[in-house]
Write a protein that binds this ligand. Sequence first.
Ligand SMILES: NC(=O)c1ccc[n+]([C@@H]2O[C@H](COP(=O)([O-])OP(=O)(O)OC[C@H]3O[C@@H](n4cnc5c(N)ncnc54)[C@H](O)[C@@H]3O)[C@@H](O)[C@H]2O)c1
Length: 362
Amino acid sequence: MAPTRVGIIGTGTIANSHATALRGYPGGQIVAVFDVLGDRARDYAEKWNVPTVCGSLDELLARGYVDAVIVCTPPFAHAEPTMKALEAGKHVLCEKPFALDPHEAERMVRTAERAGKFLACASGRNRCSAAQRKAHAMMASGELGDVYHVRWSRWRFRGRPGHHIFPESAWFLDQRRAGGGAMMDIAVYQIDTVLWLLGNPRVTSVMASMRQITEEPPAGGVKQDVEDHVVIMVSCEGGKSGIIETAWVANVKGADGFFVFGTKAGLRFDPLTKITAVPVDESSGLQRMPWMGGESFRSIEEQVLLAPDNYSDDFGSITQQFVDGVAAGRQPYTPGRDALEVTRIIDAAYRSVRSGAMVALA
Ligand SMILES: NC(=O)c1ccc[n+]([C@@H]2O[C@H](COP(=O)([O-])OP(=O)(O)OC[C@H]3O[C@@H](n4cnc5c(N)ncnc54)[C@H](O)[C@@H]3O)[C@@H](O)[C@H]2O)c1
């Protein structure tokens, strides 16, 4: 199969991860780049041996040999290049967060459908990990029974972008350009995965809580008007639910946890472990306490994957499955429609915080 020829739009930090993923990968090659900062595009092209540096987005999109583009700009600049690329006949992998709001997301999805091109969002990055793929296969096969709840808590001790990490990318802290804080940066991945592992049920309501850790403002007088800390509860049809917690800054360690609750079995991540209940065999000599009623159970824990879950190592997999999907005519992760759903939930979470109440979704 011929490799997918890729154009990169925006050549900052994450564009380097996509290039790393495609370095030596037979399924795709970067053939052209564009960045509003021409020097950055030229440095990137030199570093990654890209033959063509374009002076404008239109120039890149006019190159007929570019099959697909990866949009690696900050969130405020996702929608325009994505829609223009689709209209120019290119498949698109858009970095997360997909869009600033559901209206923008809807327009992006409609443009892809009109153009008949694949639109994917990197919010599905974690779906590519070995642990999540295995968990999803176990859910889809029915091995876990009905999966009715997924809970993912993922904390950074000190990991605020534009401050502790990526100090040159202060846009992460600016509502207007980023669309939000830890929600748009981290929770977006968790929402994507939680819904996916629940089997993408219809979401009926969202309740959220957030705060900014103003006690520790970013250094150098950089302005921050986005949240550091996010808690979201998602309710879905069929009594399914998800709880998502994350933060850029938290004075805790060891509180990470990722669990899937099924009616037949559950899963604990890192390393992926299946947990089932079995009736206790009385002949085993187990002493029953007087307050114990009928049958009693014990748990069996079976480690499903030997290696610990590692989302950093799996970082580039989204790029590889995108170029492979394009070449094979198979929709890559996260499909635009799923990304639109994630955007709707994010929007509902912000509305819940503003109103202090649960937000129902139609
Ligand atoms: N940094 C990370 O670890 C990381 C991880 C995953 C996803 N992302 C996502 O990737 C996107 C980019 O993040 P980043 O960290 O690479 O940012 P960055 O600031 O390092 O790079 C962004 C680049 O986009 C360029 N740019 C801005 N507007 C543009 C436009 N209209 N057209 C072309 N180029 C434009 C900038 O000049 C800059 O070079 C964001 O949506 C972010 O959420 C970042």
